[in-house]
Design a protein around this ligand. Structure first.
Ligand SMILES: Nc1ncnc2c1ncn2[C@@H]1O[C@H](COP(=O)(O)OP(=O)(O)OP(=O)(O)O)[C@@H](O)[C@H]1O
Length: 229
């Protein structure tokens, strides 16, 4: 493993139940690196991301994510791993019955924060980072899809992760909003040296915001150039 890697998978076989989805995955992601993961529907992108955040147990091969050994990941350690990662989903997954501030506070409390003043400071800090200063009082249903995705990203930033896993974060957004969100993700990557692994179907994003690309195909993960997308 490269000492500067935030993700290191070696000869990893990824299963859904008893079915082998990906065979012999080798992947190194450096600190602060942005990479795209592309592949057809059902090729295994989400399965690979789930393995990285401990939702699928790594049975074969080896893997280290944000300093956590995936082979040694007991149920007890999964929340700790998740505290060191940010996860962003296509469908935002906000709690619909509480406002933005309370959505973020919920995560902080669940990850062990207790001091109200410190939590307030942290929440204001991440909302400012995503361009939603003063929007804490809004309910999710009062916000556009782009704003809700910003809240999802703010939530992912709460614990200062060194790695954000994003599963089609622009999948529900129109082209202009997609642009805004991509600029935000690239700025976060640049300003805070946060590594990103972003699964996407949208190749036009890769042309516009080039970065390293891995393609999942026929059960394997292959490195390709952005020009080859
Ligand atoms: N919970 C599950 N139980 C069993 N099999 C699953 C489960 N989730 C996904 N699969 C199977 O695993 C394979 C990989 O699915 P996965 O969701 O990782 O693909 P994907 O590339 O993320 O697809 P998409 O782009 O549509 O999100 C598919 O054959 C799928 O049917």
């Amino acid at each position: 493993m490269n000492p500067t890697s935030i993700v290191s998978l070696s000869n990893a076989n990824i299963y859904q139940g008893s079915s082998l989805v990906l065979n012999n995955v080798n992947l190194e992601v450096g600190a602060g690196e942005f990479i795209y993961m592309i592949g057809r529907t059902g090729s295994g992108k989400s399965s690979l991301l789930k393995t990285m955040y401990g939702d699928i147990y790594l049975k074969e091969g080896s893997g280290v994510v944000a300093g956590f050994n995936l082979k040694d990941l007991s149920w007890k350690k999964i929340p700790l791993l998740r505290r060191n990662l940010g996860i962003v989903f296509q469908d935002f997954r906000l709690l619909t019955d509480r406002n933005v501030y309370d959505n973020l506070e919920f995560v902080l409390k669940a990850t062990g924060w207790k001091d109200k003043a410190l939590m307030k400071e942290k929440i204001e800090n991440v909302l400012t980072k995503v361009g939603l200063k003063n929007k804490g009082v809004k309910m999710p249903y009062e916000m556009s899809g782009g704003e809700q995705q910003r809240v999802d990203i703010a939530r992912a930033l709460l614990n200062n992760p060194k790695l954000i896993l994003a599963d089609e974060p622009t999948g529900n957004l129109d082209p202009d909003t997609t642009d805004e969100i991509m600029q935000l993700l690239f700025n976060i990557c640049r300003d805070y040296q946060t590594a990103f692994i972003m699964a996407t179907h949208d190749y036009s994003i890769i042309q516009k915001y080039p970065a390293r690309v891995v393609r999942i195909e026929n059960g394997e993960v292959k490195e390709i150039s952005a020009a080859g997308v």
